[in-house]
Design a protein around this ligand. Structure first.
Ligand SMILES: C[S@@+](CC[C@H](N)C(=O)[O-])C[C@H]1O[C@@H](n2cnc3c(N)ncnc32)[C@H](O)[C@@H]1O
Length: 283
């Protein structure tokens, strides 16, 4: 992407401030990231979260398993993917359309790079769209003409919040954001959530502070706090779990090595932070 002297592209992409979308892209071996993103990730690994690359990859594979379950087993044909991230391999519409060829997907992200790359990827697919919106403003998501055109709110919808609710601080009320979307969809709809978790307050504080010192973010939550997002919903077996234990499949997904990746030697901190979540049905 062309970058001007100020550090911003015409699309509003800032190469001097790390972005969650680009940091995650780096973990998955993508090319849509800058030095500032790579440096932030290396610092995160060295200072307290050495296994972040593995966990990002595990999260992506969990997303794939979850979407496959929703389309192939639950029969869902409409998806709203909040915080969709930069396009990569096995995107939501590709997985969903394998089981439901007419599946429709609205991708939502507030990072300008996602809009730029997503529009290019999806130009050929009439059943998908990517919108630029802040998911903490659910009325904007629901009122967007693309959402209104693509989603039939009388039919079940899968609401995806995969590795993204931790981007919202408590004062943005992620619980109410989720409830507003759940109120808009009918019985028989589903939510798929993964969320960075730790039972160790020091580990929670480390990552929460690390991120907030660099870019607007939310916080790592405990498993009990994450479980509350599912109140009133029917959990799909096996319930809430470390995502690696949610219907594990022993299939090796190949991701390219992150550019310039140097494994962290700070292994004593590994295993303190993980992704926790599951799938639930609206009764
Ligand atoms: C860690 S990535 C997860 C990507 C994808 N859901 C996955 O699990 O593979 C988080 C994404 O959420 C986006 N995001 C963070 N806060 C957001 C907000 N308030 N509104 C919309 N998107 C947001 C980021 O830009 C980033 O692309």
């Amino acid at each position: 992407m062309p970058v001007g002297e100020s550090g911003s592209t015409a699309m509003g992409i800032d190469r001097f401030v790390p972005s969650v979308a680009r940091m995650y892209d780096w973990c998955l071996g993508g090319k849509d990231n800058f030095d500032v993103d790579r440096e932030a990730m290396q610092a995160m690994m060295n200072q307290g979260f050495p296994d972040v690359v593995a966990i990002a990859r595990q999260n992506r594979v969990f997303l794939e398993r979850g979407v496959h379950y929703l389309a192939a087993e639950a029969g869902i044909r409409q998806f709203i993917d909040h915080g969709s991230g930069l396009p990569t391999q096995r995107n939501v519409h590709e997985v969903a359309q394998e089981a439901q060829p007419d599946a429709r997907v609205v991708y939502i992200d507030n990072d300008p790079a996602v809009l730029a790359h997503g529009r290019a990827l999806l130009a050929q697919n009439q059943q998908t769209t990517v919108i630029s919106a802040d998911m903490s403003r659910p009325e904007d998501v629901l009122a967007d003409p693309a959402t209104q055109t693509l989603i039939d709110f009388d039919q079940p919808v899968a609401l995806l919040y995969v590795s993204v609710l931790h981007c919202l601080p408590d004062d943005q009320r992620p619980d109410l954001v989720l409830r507003r979307l759940l109120d808009a969809v009918p019985s028989g709809s589903y939510v798929l959530i993964s969320h960075l978790a730790s039972s160790d307050p020091q580990a929670r504080d480390f990552l929460t502070n690390f991120m907030n010192e660099r870019t607007p973010w939310g916080r790592v939550r405990s498993e009990d706090e994450i479980a509350r997002f599912f109140d009133g919903l029917e959990l799909v077996e096996p319930g809430l779990a470390n995502i690696n234990d949610w219907r594990p499949e022993h299939r090796a997904t190949q991701f390219p090595e992150p550019r310039g990746y140097t494994p962290s030697s700070a292994t004593e901190n590994s295993g303190r932070i993980w992704e926790y979540g599951g799938i639930a049905r609206k009764p």
